[in-house]
Design a protein around this ligand. Structure first.
Ligand SMILES: *[C@@H]1O[C@H](CO)[C@@H](O)[C@H](O)[C@H]1NC(C)=O
Ligand SMILES: *[C@@H]1O[C@H](CO)[C@@H](O)[C@H](O)[C@H]1NC(C)=O
Ligand SMILES: *[C@@H]1O[C@H](CO)[C@@H](O)[C@H](O)[C@H]1NC(C)=O
Ligand SMILES: *[C@@H]1O[C@H](CO)[C@@H](O)[C@H](O)[C@H]1NC(C)=O
Ligand SMILES: *[C@@H]1O[C@H](CO)[C@@H](O)[C@H](O)[C@H]1NC(C)=O
Ligand SMILES: *[C@@H]1O[C@H](CO)[C@@H](O)[C@H](O)[C@H]1NC(C)=O
Length: 833
């Protein structure tokens, strides 16, 4: 069928030169794969034939051939013939297409979910990826949709992989892989924030998210030169009466403006939406369209113009805006090729979006005199650009679709370091209460839906308490292709190893956008390990905080379990305290580092509906970025399973001896107060700059916590501090710090402060260090302590019900930005009392 095109090409070219009237395509794609999945017969749509999937199945490798056919005939628009059948993928499946001509290709995926046997396709959830890009992540679809992507394929083959999420499955109704004309996307886009030229479009994967025909009807694939569909702009217009539609197909000229029939067909350039200024020469308003977009991504916007309104050259000048940015000022369409009605387009690349709305406006210029106010737009394409990880998928819009969330109240896997866990009833109820309040105020998005059953006891093992269903998949990390990880780590170069943990090695690496990363490569996984790994990622992705080392992405291709974190330039806190010869940190630096780490832990304990216990707080898990800002690492990497009670204790003893909560031994119960204990040890470590266990020392000195407590009780802590700090710590700051550490090390969890209290006290110690106090500093500090001491020292007397008003004042999501008020000293949990 495509072969027959050759002769019409010539005629079309002729025609288009003569009258621009050629409606059929002047472009014959070299690569042109059209597949009707699950169909036994070829299917014709317009003038294109989608071949039966069985004859095309040499493109596909799938563990099991599963075809599905709709039980009733589907009538859902132009593509209905393709929607009658589908293929189901129960496991990872790959389409491989030979590419005869390198360059940009469109990949169009057709989805129409129906129910067939036990497969309800509305419930499918899956990823669609190529080796370099992720197109769809945890994709789920409820109505018919065509997803259009384009990538510049430079290899001989294009491999498209469908990967079901968890135990779900994937499906597909039809698929196209079609060459795009070389000149369609060139590297000529401008940026406007700041103004400049964008370079790199040829390497960009794009997803067409909007393709709009201004001022006209739908232009279907049959009337588009390249089989595209353009939708009318009415639904995006703000203030319909500000705009009017016009059309003049005959006027459109494809000469001199750079646009061709392939840029957009006559049906698009021949209609426009213009300012409704006809009866008012003083009109001064914009015509604005608004589109929903995904924050975090950059977008390529292509504006199509063709002045089909003016009678004379230089009649029309107007401004074009993206959001509030003026991207084209005094645009004069007639100057583009010194003629009226010449089709042309302009490309702009936005910065990564912060908002989920994108606005495009056109409006009159008021810097040129005697111009009638008017403005036009003929067409607009909005294309999402892959992010720095090569992905077009990613964080889904929050909460809108919470029905099919996975239950993370499952066991959580992998023997990688610390364990997350445990819900404490008090905290739990406190949070439920707060959540309800927030929900009433419309902040419910911040909250993970959860049920309250079962959250009434301390829970052992690496799992959340029973029955607390959570939905955590709204914010997944990014899947990074294995090739990218490979490249980033110079093929897992042994000389790039920066750490070795129980689960595997940590490599330093650089992603191809220059981002430095730390790559943790787990030992190859078992079948079961996979599900656990995925659960881990979901959980890790939830914890975003300035003082937590964040997960950038993960890779689970080829049986790998790889986690990719932000790289921390200055390594561990421990390495700056002793043993490595690093220059000594000042007292103020140390306090700030402790404060940062305390904030990170406080957030883990309280930032989510369920307290997360780090379980392995130590100076080696507090990392420092290039500005020596502290971030807590290795949270959330948990050990799973029923064997936990036995093995993890010993693992922990081995791994973090010297930091371990003695109560944990006694009662075999983990609470956040175990972290508080460990943090107390870290505080003494910071003060004394020596290992927490040092067997080479005399017996009474071996254990730092015991040793330091002894001196603290004698009131002579200054005798054992880091020699480089001697004389540099103000006595009241030291006293506050020592008291704080002492409270953290209380024998019983209930007697220890919360991380919030610890945080407050450390901030106070910093103030005392920095304060330029007139008169007697001792007096001054005593006053302040006196004022606060009822809350700090007697927290067990405070009512269990935390004042919600106070709590809200301290933004739950990210406490780091909030100045630590006294709220924290009053913020007492009702746990266990
Ligand atoms: C479908 O079309 C392909 C390619 O045009 C052809 O080779 C094949 O025989 C056709 N299959 C059927 C079932 O008609
Ligand atoms: C298929 O799943 C969707 C979404 O979960 C649900 O609304 C629909 O009722 C299901 N249909 C059938 C026949 O089970
Ligand atoms: C595709 O990428 C290659 C470089 O890898 C470049 O030379 C070529 O111009 C690109 N093609 C398109 C259509 O962007
Ligand atoms: C294509 O365009 C022609 C003429 O403009 C119109 O009559 C026809 O309905 C269009 N077809 C479709 C499928 O939109
Ligand atoms: C049009 O929108 C831009 C950007 O928001 C704004 O700066 C400008 O003042 C608006 N013009 C009119 C006439 O409202
Ligand atoms: C998109 O992915 C490519 C690699 O395929 C990368 O070079 C490019 O920088 C990415 N784009 C953005 C905006 O990060």
């Amino acid at each position: 069928m495509m072969g027959g095109r050759g002769s019409t090409v010539f005629i079309c070219v002729l025609l288009s030169i003569l009258s621009s009237a050629c409606l059929s395509s002047g472009f014959t794609p070299v690569d042109n794969y059209l597949i009707d999945c699950g169909s036994l017969t070829n299917t014709t749509v317009g003038d294109r034939v989608f071949v039966a999937d069985n004859s095309a199945s040499n493109f596909l490798s799938t563990p099991k051939n599963t075809f599905a056919k709709a039980s009733i005939s589907v009538t859902s628009g132009d593509y209905s013939p393709l929607y009658q059948t589908a293929r189901i993928f129960d496991g990872t499946s790959k389409y491989t297409f030979g590419i005869s001509q390198p360059g940009r290709h469109w990949i169009r995926l057709y989805f129409y979910p129906f129910v067939s046997g036990s497969y309800n396709m509305s419930r499918a959830s899956f990823d669609v990826t190529t080796p370099n890009h992720a197109f769809l992540i945890n994709f789920n679809v409820k109505t018919s949709v065509v997803k259009e992507f384009s990538v510049n394929v430079t290899s001989k083959n294009l491999v498209i992989t469908f990967t079901p999420s968890g135990n779900s499955f994937a499906f597909l109704n039809a698929l196209e892989v079609v060459s795009v004309p070389d000149g369609l996307i060139t590297d000529d886009a401008d940026t406007f924030n700041p103004a400049g030229g964008f370079k790199g479009l040829p390497f960009q994967a794009l997803e067409t998210v909007y393709r709009v025909n201004m001022g006209g009807p739908t232009v279907s694939f049959e009337n588009d030169t390249l089989g595209r569909t353009w939708v009318p702009d009415k639904n995006f217009l703000i203030g319909n009466n500000l705009a009017i539609s016009i059309s003049n197909f005959a006027a459109v000229k494809y000469v001199g403006g750079g646009a061709t029939q392939e840029s957009a067909p006559n049906a698009v350039y021949g209609t426009a939406t213009r300012m409704n200024s006809e009866n008012d020469p003083n009109s001064n308003f914009n015509v604005t369209w608004e589109f929903n977009v995904n924050p975090g991504f950059q977008y390529l916007l292509r504006f199509h113009f063709c002045d089909i309104v003016s009678r004379n050259p230089n009649d029309l000048y107007f401004n074009v805006y993206i959001d509030s940015w003026l991207v084209a000022e005094n645009l004069d369409p007639s100057s583009v090729a010194d003629a009226l009605a010449v089709a042309f387009y302009r490309d702009f690349v936005t910065a990564a979006r912060v908002s989920n709305k994108l606005r495009v406006s056109i409006g009159p210029t008021n810097t040129i005199d005697n111009v009638y106010p008017n403005a036009i737009l003929n067409g607009l394409e909005i294309m999402k650009m892959n992010n720095s990880l090569g992905s077009l998928g990613g964080p889904a819009p929050a909460v809108s679709d919470s029905s099919s969330k996975r239950n993370v109240g499952l066991t959580v896997g992998l023997s990688i370091g610390a364990v997350i866990l445990v819900v404490l009833a008090g905290i739990f109820f406190m949070f439920c209460r707060k959540r309800r309040r927030l929900a009433r105020q419309g902040h419910s998005k911040m909250w993970i839906p959860l049920s309250i059953s079962g959250g009434n006891s301390h829970t052992m093992g690496s799992k959340y308490s029973n029955g607390t269903a959570t939905s955590l998949d709204s914010n997944l990390g990014y899947r990074i292709p294995f090739v990218a990880v490979h490249e980033a780590t110079n093929n897992f170069d042994e000389s790039w190893v920066i750490g070795i943990g129980g689960f595997g090695k940590v490599y330093k690496g650089t992603l191809n956008d220059g981002t430095k990363v730390a790559v943790k490569r787990g030992n190859p996984r078992s079948q079961q390990g996979l599900a656990e790994f995925q659960t881990e990622i979901e959980m890790l992705s939830q914890f975003r905080h300035r003082h937590l080392v964040s997960l950038i992405g993960y890779c689970d291709e080829k049986n790998e379990m790889i986690l990719i974190y932000e790289y921390m330039e200055n390594g561990t806190l421990k390495s700056h305290l002793y043993g490595s010869g690093s220059p000594s940190l000042s007292w103020k630096d140390r306090l700030e580092i402790c404060i940062g780490a305390a904030r990170g832990l406080h957030y883990l304990h309280t930032g989510y509906a369920k307290a997360v216990i780090h379980r392995d707080v130590k100076s080696a898990n507090i990392l420092l970025d290039e500005n020596f800002m502290a971030k807590v690492a290795d949270f959330g990497l948990s050990k799973t399973g029923p064997e936990i009670d036995q093995t993890h204790v010993s693992t922990a003893v081995k791994g973090s001896f010297g930091y371990l909560d003695p109560e944990y031994f006694r009662r075999q119960q983990l609470t956040e107060k175990s972290d508080v204990y460990s943090f107390g040890v870290v505080l003494f470590e910071v003060l004394c700059a020596r290992p927490v266990i040092d067997p080479s020392l005399p017996r009474e000195m071996v254990n730092l916590a015991e040793w330091a407590m002894k001196w603290h009780k004698r009131g002579q802590l200054e005798q054992i501090i880091d020699s480089t700090l001697v004389g540099k710590i103000r006595p009241d700051s030291l006293r506050k710090f020592g008291e704080t550490a002492e409270k953290c090390l209380a024998d019983f969890g209930v007697d220890r402060p919360s991380m919030g209290d610890v945080l407050w006290n450390l901030e106070y110690a910093l103030q005392l260090q920095e304060a330029v106090v007139p008169g007697d500093p001792e007096d001054n500090s005593t006053n302040m302590i006196g004022e606060l001491s009822p809350q700090i020292n007697n927290f067990s007397d405070v009512d269990n019900s935390v004042s919600a008003a106070q709590f809200e004042a301290s933004s739950v999501d990210d406490l780091s930005g909030v100045s630590m008020s006294r709220v924290f000293s009053q913020l007492v949990k009702s746990e266990g009392r």
